[in-house]
Design a protein around this ligand. Structure first.
Ligand SMILES: [Mg+2]
Length: 266
């Protein structure tokens, strides 16, 4: 690197510091905590590629199970940010300059049926259907008594197969998916589980401690990409509960201050 380039970089860093910090010893503050996460979901080819990768891996395992002659095969999947693409909601959130997930806005958005299938989801799910593999969806969405009807409407709007009450479970009293997973596993041989939240696989990830969640991975390290297929979600999920105490924290100054305290610190 030339001396000129170094000087230019130093000037740029100084300018960023001057704009981003009130005081020299303060960390830079984003004007909207969500902006980069939504920009990544919205624009990056990497985001879409990770979905394609996840469904390709899932298909590989289902294919192998079929070749091995396993019977009564099933796939268990989460809905949002797994087989359903919710990016339109996040565009609305950012357009309104909201700082975090907003439950009331979500409930209105769900009823609009603007949801789409995630990249690669339809190919994989239709492959399952055409191969005689049943797909069971389990979601912890909660729109009150309308939850089931609205979720079925979303599945149909997105063109997903198995859009019926037999294959969709909504759990509004708890986000613990294990009881329903065990029920499906009694009558089916589950080839893979799909989710964007570790709680979609095991309840033991539902803890309010980010480090404990990461430590918990050690016991499951051989499951990822095999039995558990994980999709990316930088905007919402129980990882937020682990750092802010609530999956859907209020967008208060206290919440945002806590977020800024965490950035760059271990
Ligand atoms: Mg999800």
């Amino acid at each position: 690197m030339s001396a000129g380039n170094k000087a230019a970089i130093a000037l740029t860093l100084a300018a960023i510091g001057a704009v981003g910090c009130g005081k020299a010893d303060e960390a830079p503050r984003a004007s909207n905590a969500l902006a980069m996460a939504v920009a990544w979901k919205e624009t990056s080819a990497e985001y879409e590629a990770l979905y394609l990768q996840g469904f390709n891996v899932a298909k590989m395992h289902v294919d192998r199970a079929l070749r091995d002659g396993r019977r009564s095969l099933a796939v268990i999947s989460d809905l949002d940010d797994t087989v359903l693409d919710t990016r339109d909601y996040w565009r609305e959130v950012l357009a309104a300059d909201a700082q975090l997930f907003e439950d009331a806005r979500w409930d209105v958005w769900v009823a609009k049926n603007k949801v789409r299938a995630s990249p690669g989801a339809l190919d994989f799910l239709n492959f399952c259907r055409d191969s005689g593999v049943e797909v069971f969806y389990i979601t912890s969405r909660d729109q009150g008594p309308m939850t089931m009807e609205l979720a079925l409407g979303n599945l149909k709007a997105a063109g997903l197969p198995f859009a019926d009450a037999e294959h969709l479970t909504v759990i509004t009293d708890s986000s613990d998916k294990e009881p329903r997973q065990r029920q499906v596993a009694q009558s089916h041989d589950v080839a893979v589980y799909l989710g964007d939240n570790l709680n979609d696989f095991r309840r033991s990830y539902y803890v309010t401690d980010a480090q404990r969640r990461r430590q918990r991975l050690a016991a499951d390290r051989n499951e990822f990409g095999r039995r558990f297929i994980l999709f990316p979600n930088p905007t919402d999920g129980h990882w937020i509960r682990a750092i802010l105490g609530d999956s859907e924290p209020p967008p208060s100054q206290e919440t945002l201050d806590r977020l800024h305290q965490l950035i760059g610190r271990r």
